[in-house]
Write a protein that binds this ligand. Structure first.
Ligand SMILES: Cc1cc2nc3c(=O)[nH]c(=O)nc-3n(C[C@H](O)[C@H](O)[C@H](O)COP(=O)(O)OP(=O)(O)OC[C@H]3O[C@@H](n4cnc5c(N)ncnc54)[C@H](O)[C@@H]3O)c2cc1C
Length: 202
């Protein structure tokens, strides 16, 4: 049983995983089992080139970020389990006991965080009732989002990145994933607000 399973190894998903992973020494997070399913074929990053994203060197290829970001996650936070090359097909259950069915396996998790991009149609069975047209994308692009309140779709299910209705910019998607991570950490910390910072001189 995972405590949280992230679906999507793109910008929002890996950003969420990095912040969750970085909390490993916090007493409320140290025993938590965290996983990320990193099926990469459908990522927006495959064809992107970044010149305008904070902290990213100009000319950076999205296809390089796809591999480097999960290497970064593995190197610094190896306790975050990476499940590579699986596509989530179905979600069922309720908070504390969700089941994720992929093309290869079945996983159990208490919390789900979804960052699979805003392409239509939505390919995961079980959340159809939350799908709506994307509120911040041009209508002719036919993008979708999941209805949510500050990333929360329903108890135990968070959405992030463009699928949360955010505009398609790397910095926004990364911030959205980090926001979901700190919400989950705050939940684990009995509702007390959490941020995770490393600093020199401490
Ligand atoms: C061609 C192009 C150029 C761009 N250029 C810029 C730019 O210059 N500057 C900028 O700021 N932004 C740019 N962007 C936008 C930026 O890449 C996106 O806003 C960002 O990647 C969105 O993050 P996300 O997490 O929502 O989705 P993604 O990064 O697309 O991540 C979604 C992940 O979910 C995975 N996935 C999908 N379905 C499933 C499933 N069923 N099960 C498991 N995993 C699944 C995908 O494979 C992918 O890894 C560009 C986008 C494109 C397409």
């Amino acid at each position: 049983m995972f405590d949280v399973l992230i679906i999507g190894g793109g910008v929002s998903g890996v950003s969420c995983a990095l912040v969750l992973g970085s909390a490993k020494n916090k007493p409320f997070a140290t025993d938590k089992k965290i996983g990320i399913i990193t099926h990469q074929k459908a990522s927006s990053l495959q064809n992107a080139v970044f010149n305008n994203a904070y902290g990213i060197p100009p000319g950076k290829l999205g296809s390089d970020l796809l591999t480097e970001s999960v290497e970064h996650l593995q190197k610094l936070y190896p306790h975050v389990e990476q499940i590579n090359g699986e596509k989530v097909l179905k979600i069922q259950g309720e908070v504390g006991d969700y089941t994720l069915i992929t093309n290869k396996n079945t996983f159990k998790t208490k919390i789900i965080a979804i960052g699979i991009g805003s392409s239509s149609p939505f390919m995961i069975e079980g959340l159809e009732s939350f799908i709506e047209p994307h509120q911040k994308a041009a209508p002719e692009k036919n993008r979708i989002q999941l209805k949510n309140h500050d990333h929360l779709v329903k108890e135990g299910v968070y959405v992030m990145g463009t699928l949360a209705g955010q505009r398609s910019q790397l910095a926004i998607a990364a911030g959205s994933g980090a926001s979901v991570a700190t919400d989950i950490l705050s939940l684990w910390n009995e509702g007390k607000p959490v941020q995770v910072h490393d600093a020199l001189g401490k």
